[in-house]
Write a protein that binds this ligand. Structure first.
Ligand SMILES: O=P(O)(O)O[C@@H]1C[C@H](O)[C@@H](CO)O1
Ligand SMILES: Nc1nc2[nH]cnc2c(=O)[nH]1
Length: 310
């Protein structure tokens, strides 16, 4: 961690943020196309990543590069810091840089972190637009030597062998369902599921999608798990919400070329999906279409939070 200087980072941030907002209770990471979450904040102060030592720059469309500090929810509001733009390993950022902002949030006093992302559906019952409350993950990179916590510990007080069985806070997951009830969201607007982390930047082949589905994952994405690990190591409670932006596993699979040719010879139309691709533009479009639902959910959860220690 010698490359990171928390004191310099916090100093640069505090120079730009009024004292009342310098110790946020909640941290939010906005996924692809979900930076609109920050419009929930009042008295907002933006701090550009350029001005923060140790922070990288997000290079992905749909990700800005600033922190937003402000108050969320009714009444006095909950002090929040939101990352408008995250870092992904596929952009060339080291895993230690990817998770540095999460560690900085912990130093600021964040207790609960809400991590959002855009993800592809592996479970065919998940429609585009569904918000998945993540209850577990499968991280192939963690199992194959790319664990973000590999290497010297960033703090000797952290556990060397971090348990992950309780990574996704039951308290916060329950609050999401209470929030959805208060907002009268239809039951199928939300689901529970397991997130598979892959490195990207390629989207999955159909066979890779089937592999991850067979392994038990419901959605797949290219972020989040490194942040979850760092947050847990830092002692924060974690909530992850995945917005389903596209289907990876197609029910019934793709029609084979033989079936297509046979249908052509018989002069019949081919029934089923022949070919389908996903693009980041599509991912962002779903984000802007469904971002408001994510936003009201996050606002309501912030409202339902009890004061720290209660
Ligand atoms: O930052 P998130 O995980 O929301 O972004 C997803 C994964 C890739 O970065 C991108 C692919 O479209 O969207
Ligand atoms: N890996 C992966 N990440 C995504 N982010 C949004 N959609 C997808 C997807 O289909 N696969």
């Amino acid at each position: 961690m010698a490359e990171f200087d928390f004191t310099a980072t916090l100093q640069a941030i505090n120079d730009q943020v009024p004292p009342a907002l310098q110790h946020p209770r909640v941290g939010i990471i906005c996924g692809s196309g979900l930076s609109g979450l920050a419009t929930s904040l009042r008295d907002t102060v933006f701090v550009s990543y350029d001005s923060i030592p140790g922070f990288a720059k997000s290079t992905v469309a749909g990700h800005k590069s600033s922190l937003a500090f402000g108050l969320m929810g009714t009444g006095d509001g909950v002090p929040v810091v939101a990352m408008l733009g995250r870092f992904h390993p596929y952009e060339g950022h080291k895993l230690s840089s990817v998770v540095y902002p999460v560690r900085v949030m912990a130093k600021m006093g964040v207790k609960d972190i809400f991590i959002t992302n855009a993800a592809g559906a592996l479970n065919p019952s998940l429609a585009v637009g569904t918000i998945v409350v993540v209850q577990d993950h499968i991280a192939l990179p963690n199992l194959t030597g790319m664990n973000p916590l590999l290497g010297p510990q960033t703090d000797p007080s952290h556990p060397r062998f971090l348990p992950l069985s309780d990574s996704y806070s039951r308290r916060l997951r329950k609050l999401v369902f209470h929030a959805a009830h208060s907002l009268s969201l239809p039951r199928d607007a939300l689901a529970e599921g397991t997130y598979a982390w892959v490195s990207g930047p390629t989207y999955e082949t159909p066979a890779e999608g089937r592999l991850l589905r067979a392994a038990g994952a419901d959605v797949v994405g290219m972020s989040t798990v490194p942040e979850v690990l760092a947050a847990r190591e830092e002692g924060m409670d974690v909530l992850v919400l995945s917005l389903v932006t596209n289907a990876v596993v197609i029910p019934g699979g793709y029609k084979s070329v033989r079936e297509e040719v046979e249908a052509e010879i018989a002069g019949k139309p081919i029934v089923g999906v022949v070919d389908e691709t996903i693009s980041h533009e599509e991912v962002l479009a779903v984000g802007s279409l469904k971002g408001d639902v994510m936003k009201s959910l996050v606002e309501k959860v912030a409202d339902l939070l009890h004061p720290v220690g209660v």
